[in-house]
Design a protein around this ligand. Structure first.
Ligand code: FDP
Length: 342
């Protein structure tokens, strides 16, 4: 009997197997990923209940047990920070939900060497309507040698990430991550409560048929973006254009679809947000690390995202991310029309 044939590999088992890829690792990174997986399951449970708010109580009000029902993004933030605090490997968290970094000072964390940047619940405008939302995280080794974590520990270029990943809470819940050796995806099997390896060695198609951008802001886009959108909409047999437009409005969900099917996601600068909307540390850098590991590209229109020097925790950047041929084409338009004003 071939027992391996139907073998289900859980996230925990996979992490342990992969730990041998890092000969000097002491298992800290593995434990961090395990802690994130546990918090993701807790958040998933609450996300699944979100449609029951009318029965259980509105977010921010009191439910039938007399408990205050927390807003999901606040809940997610607390779950991730608490899982990382008890795990003992993380010494500080920079979160979309907190203006300043959160220091983790507990006894178990006194020798911790990692800092985490996280967007605990991305796509918040989709929470109330049962549309996919996600979590994005980025793991760095602290650069200061001892004492309290410093801002500079977080302000490292994306190239310094030791791991990054995201969770998408949707029709299925998936966790996708990289430690710099390819990208692997795990789907939560609710019957056993485990993330199981479902998408080993993800690679993004070199080109695709999908472009994702909020076209409502068209008039406010830079000229290069306007021209690239027109290019996507123009008929051409060789490149199978026109492309399809798909925009969920949840970064993780849009990114995940394009990663698997091929495509480009763009959030450029606009007249309203001259630096773009998305955050470098906990949205763009982790997804850029993942896409590059899968064979794709992430750019701010001119430069590689992972090479940008962060100057503050909540810094924004324009982003063009996805299949390499599509991102290169968008960059060509940006360069060619860069002199023209918005
Ligand atoms: P949201 O504001 O709903 O949290 O990160 C922010 C984000 O969502 C992304 O998930 C999403 O892709 C984008 O903003 C949507 O912004 P627009 O509504 O401006 O298109």
């Amino acid at each position: 009997m071939n027992l391996n044939k139907n073998r289900v590999l859980t996230l925990g088992q996979f992490i342990i197997e992969k730990q041998n890829d890092f000969p000097y690792a002491k298992g800290e990174l593995s434990r961090l990923l395990r802690d994130i997986g546990i918090a993701a399951k807790m958040v998933n449970r609450e996300v699944n209940k979100a449609g029951l708010v009318d029965i259980l109580g509105d977010m921010g009000t009191t439910n039938i047990q007399g408990e205050t029902v927390k807003k999901l993004d606040v809940y997610a933030n607390e779950q991730f920070i608490s899982a990382l605090s008890y795990g003992g490997e993380c010494c500080a968290v920079a979160s979309e939900e907190n203006e300043d970094m959160v220091h983790i000072d507990g006894e178990v964390s006194k020798n911790a060497r990692y800092v985490i940047a996280i967007d605990p619940l991305d796509g918040s405008s989709n929470i109330d309507v049962n549309v996919s939302i996600g979590t994005i995280f980025s793991i760095y080794r602290r650069t200061s040698l001892s004492g309290a974590v410093e801002l500079s520990d977080f302000l490292q270029k994306g190239t310094e990430q030791v791991a990054a990943g995201y969770i998408t809470y949707g029709s299925s819940t998936m966790l996708v991550y990289t430690t710099g050796r390819g990208v692997n995806g795990f789907t939560l099997d609710p019957s056993i409560g485990e993330f199981c390896l479902s998408h080993p060695d993800i690679t993004i198609p070199k080109t695709g048929q999908i472009y994702s951008i909020n076209e409502g802001y068209y008039v406010h886009f830079p000229e290069g973006v306007k021209r690239y959108i027109k290019y996507c909409q123009t008929e051409d047999r060789v490149t199978s254009r026109p492309y399809s437009s798909r925009y969920i409005g949840s970064l993780v969900a849009d990114f995940h679809r394009n990663l698997l099917k091929g495509g480009i996601y763009m959030y450029p600068s606009t007249a309203k947000s001259p630096k773009g909307k998305l955050r470098l540390l906990y949205e763009c850098n982790p997804l850029a690390f993942i896409v590059e590991q899968a064979g794709g590209i992430a750019s701010d229109g001119f430069k590689r995202i992972l090479d940008l020097q962060p100057r503050s925790l909540h810094q924004r950047t324009p982003i063009f991310i996805g299949s390499p041929e599509m991102v290169r084409a968008a960059e060509d338009f940006m360069l060619k029309f860069s002199a023209e004003t918005v």
